[in-house]
Write a protein that binds this ligand. Structure first.
Ligand code: ATP
Ligand code: MG
Length: 297
């Protein structure tokens, strides 16, 4: 009886499987080449933060980016967590055009939740995955200076100056800055920044290649209630028209205003991605898959 050279079928399928994996890894090569050494500012929304699996997937993705030489900078929100703490303190959360009305008591809650809770949790999670993450607020190293935006919003800041000295040093040392969106007002007082706005200001100042918003919806919808109206790609001009029509509300408005500012400030691409989807970041950066909404000049 002759025995042929053909490998037994379980081994064959294992090899085929491995080749498939190798192909997927090779597909990432052009993207790694294009983005190595480039800064990517990622805004992590508060709405998906309470899910441990999503947090872990996020931390893994960011660590992988850092390990292949991309420079991730994380800016985080904390909307739902802040609202919850406000209610516990007997303050009723109030929003105008997606921005939180922030009195002196609220700013104390914001600072406590962002800097005392969310930020260290994110840093811990990233470091557990192998990142060298460093937790900061915009107050550190004089990073973010601001003035109050409009009187009716109270202590909500509009960024007037970004000093990237500290961030440049951290990025040079391959560390991953994790930034809570607080800024110093003219008299050194703490101002609350919308995290989307803070991320855009940082992306401009850092000459970022990409600004990525991870949120709790699959992307920008032309009509908020209708998932079938997802916009997968738009130009800066189309974004301007969409905002001018005044139909975008809630937390999406500051995001899109920030995308517009970032593109005008020289950032090459802005993305709004579904943070509820595991590995959304990897799919966006390393594959040709067009997920979420992309805005380009
Ligand atoms: N046209 C629209 N398309 C998509 N989402 C919209 C639109 N208009 C309003 N939204 C709302 O914007 C929300 C996303 O913004 P939101 O501020 O709630 O989250 P976030 O910015 O990711 O988190 P955080 O504010 O905590 O940082 C969506 O959940 C959706 O309800
Ligand atoms: Mg928001």
């Amino acid at each position: 009886m002759t025995i042929g050279h053909s490998t037994p079928s379980p081994a064959k399928s294992r090899i085929a499987n491995s080749m498939g994996k190798a192909r997927i890894l090779m597909e990432a090569l052009p993207y790694i080449k294009a983005f190595r050494g480039k800064t990517v500012v990622i805004k992590h929304g508060g709405s998906t933060m309470d899910d441990p699996e999503l947090q872990s997937s996020f931390a893994g993705d960011v660590t992988l980016l850092a390990m292949v030489g991309i420079r991730p900078v994380i800016v985080h929100g904390g909307g739902p967590q802040i609202s919850q703490e406000m209610k516990r303190a007997g303050i009723v959360p109030e929003f105008v055009d997606g921005l939180r009305v922030t009195g002196p008591e609220t700013v104390a809650v914001v600072q406590r939740v962002l800097a005392g809770d969310i930020n260290p949790k994110l840093v811990g999670m990233l470091n557990a995955h192998g990142s060298a993450a460093v937790g900061l607020t915009g107050l550190d190293g004089g990073m973010l200076s601001a003035q109050t935006l409009v009187p009716k919003l109270g202590l909500v800041g509009e960024v007037t100056r970004v000093d990237t000295t500290l961030l440049d040093d951290l990025l040079e040392a391959a560390m991953v800055p994790v930034i809570a969106p607080l800024a110093a007002g003219p008299g050194g007082e703490t101002l609350n920044l919308n995290a989307d706005t803070a991320a855009a200001a940082l992306a401009i100042a850092l000459n970022a290649q990409k600004l990525i918003y991870l949120t709790d919806i699959e992307g920008v919808r032309r009509s908020e209630e209708d998932a079938a109206t997802l916009i997968s790609k738009m130009s800066q001009a189309e974004l301007g028209e969409l905002l001018a029509r005044g139909e975008i509300g809630g937390g999406m408005r500051p995001k899109l205003e920030s995308c517009r500012a970032a593109l005008a400030g020289g950032v090459a691409q802005a993305h709004i991605l579904d943070g509820r989807m595991q590995h959304a970041l990897l799919l966006e950066i390393f594959t040709p898959e067009g997920i979420g909404t992309m805005v380009t000049p």
